[in-house]
Design a binder for this molecule. Structure first.
Ligand SMILES: [Zn+2]
Length: 302
């Protein structure tokens, strides 16, 4: 069973869950099926983490389970609301004839993933460099354990910003609503995989896909050190930006995660929503421009 999870969990999520979602979206099936698939993906994440945990103690709530449920519920509801707006926005674009409607549906989704991945990666990178954006993004970096469900844990304003930039070029090109729904499901599944506490293996794909082995380096708590592996779906843009970092020998504990400069970050949901707008939401150790120049992508290996 553990071997099945080790090598079968990621293919199940990427091929079976996403594949079913893409098939349903392509056929115009009820969107409730997509919601059902999302719930199945979340349930699968919890089950796989019990079968093959990367760290046993990360399966135990750190006084964060109710908060993360609130984050996930609010953020996925926001995503649904965004999807309802997609056809309204695409009706306004003069470039909708540029969308490759003639491509097979699955290729349209894959192309949309690559385009969205660039926008989301750039917003994420900027959120580590620009203080006002870091205030919002710090909510996500306050986690003290990495498990699938807390991939959906972020400030709703920051999620809205990421979604807006990721989807903007697609909307301009006339993004079909069914492709948008499939893309949203794939993004949620990717967040579950990226933060997963499952000790799964994907072989050399770990250098291309933005999965948990690489993403844990992004959650290292020291300013500058964690400024690596920003990608959501892929690490392609990190390789091109010079922000890719990986060490196969590195193991992580809760002591490595979080924010060294903010060890007492608020833990409750409403307090986390307010924190970016409070004086304490600022950080004297926020990355400054010179950190970009002097950042050592492989510093996490030392
Ligand atoms: Zn980040």
């Amino acid at each position: 069973m553990r071997t099945l999870v080790r090598y079968g969990y990621v293919p199940f999520m990427l091929l079976a869950i996403n594949g079913a979602g893409i098939t349903i979206a392509a056929s115009g099936g009820s969107k409730l099926w997509l919601l059902g698939l999302l719930l199945l993906a979340i349930a699968s994440s919890f089950v796989a983490e019990r079968v093959l945990p990367y760290r046993e103690e990360w399966n135990t709530p750190h006084d964060d389970d109710h908060r993360d449920t609130a984050h996930a519920t609010v953020n996925e509801t926001l995503t649904l609301a965004s999807l309802i707006v997609v056809p309204v926005l695409t009706a306004l674009t003069p470039f909708d004839s540029l969308w490759p409607h003639e491509w097979p549906f699955v290729l349209q989704v894959l192309a949309a993933i690559l385009v969205a991945d660039l926008g989301i990666t750039l917003v994420h990178l900027a959120s580590h460099k620009i203080p006002v954006l870091w205030r919002l993004h710090a909510v996500h970096h306050s986690v003290k354990r990495a498990y699938g469900f807390n991939g959906l844990m972020k400030h709703p304003l920051h999620q809205t910003l990421e979604t807006a930039v990721g989807f903007a070029p697609l909307i301009l090109l006339g993004l079909p609503t069914p492709v948008a729904f499939a893309l949203a499901l794939c993004a949620a599944v990717q967040l579950l995989l990226q933060h997963s506490n499952v000790d799964y293996r994907v072989g050399p794909l770990r250098t291309v896909l933005a999965l948990n082995q690489a993403h844990r380096f992004h959650h290292l708590k020291w300013a500058g050190i964690g400024d690596v592996n920003f990608g959501l779906f892929t690490l392609i843009w990190d390789h091109l930006l010079g922000t890719y970092s990986y060490d196969p020998e590195r193991r992580f504990t809760s002591d490595d995660l979080g924010m060294a400069a903010k060890p007492n970050y608020p833990n409750d949901y409403l307090a986390q929503l307010a924190e970016p707008f409070r004086a304490s939401g600022a950080c004297t150790d926020e990355p400054q421009p010179e950190d970009v120049t002097h950042r050592q992508p492989d510093a996490a290996t030392h």
